[in-house]
Design a protein around this ligand. Sequence first.
Ligand SMILES: C[S@@+](CC[C@H](N)C(=O)[O-])C[C@H]1O[C@@H](n2cnc3c(N)ncnc32)[C@H](O)[C@@H]1O
Length: 229
Amino acid sequence: MTEPLDWSDGVPWSERFEDIYYSRSDGLAESRYVFLQGNRVSERWQQKNIFRIGEAGFGTGLNFLATWQLWRETRTQDSWLYFESIEGFPLDREQLKLIHQEWKELKALSKMLLAAKHLSSKLLPDWQEWPEERITLRLHHAEVLPALRVMQSNQVDAWFLDGFSPKKNPEMWTRDVLREVARITCPEGTCATYTAASHVRKGLEDSGFVMKKIKGFAQKREMLHGCKL
Ligand SMILES: C[S@@+](CC[C@H](N)C(=O)[O-])C[C@H]1O[C@@H](n2cnc3c(N)ncnc32)[C@H](O)[C@@H]1O
């Protein structure tokens, strides 16, 4: 079934969760600020042969496309980006296509992402690789906790924690979820999220991250980022 969206506010809004997928002011700038800068990915992936990003909440794929664009601009020649994301209520390709139209500068990447592989499915495939781009996208179409439980320990360099707001989408921010996130993170790996909710901060700290509050995107006062010891 197609995931129901409402557009009356100008940005996609989830009828299931009653929340927006990204900032009304500028989703792409938010993604760059919170997740890319929040995890300092470009300076870090220049120091590794394989850089692994984990994401809770693939949503519109905007974070993925913004990451891909930065990767193109700043990666070293021999490195590889492995992006593993979890999405329990996937948007279909037509919805993604419509949403991506807003981001002219991501048009070429969106086209590559949405290029049909499995014609029988309206959804993106679970696994896609672009060897010339040196990127793999692994998509778990699954509930967050079981998806995390099958991921290997100590491997993710940077996490994009991007569920809907903790009040509206508590399942994405439980202690079990945050503990799994920490287990999967490599030593000195990082996480970032737009929320500054105290139970999220505490859950990540109790799981082994050193967390810090910094200025949030646009009108948001605060956000969180952290590093695993
Ligand atoms: C804020 S949106 C993610 C935005 C996304 N990162 C982007 O770039 O557009 C949150 C996502 O988490 C997904 N989600 C919510 N609860 C979930 C759960 N229990 N398991 C898996 N995914 C879930 C929603 O379907 C939604 O796509």
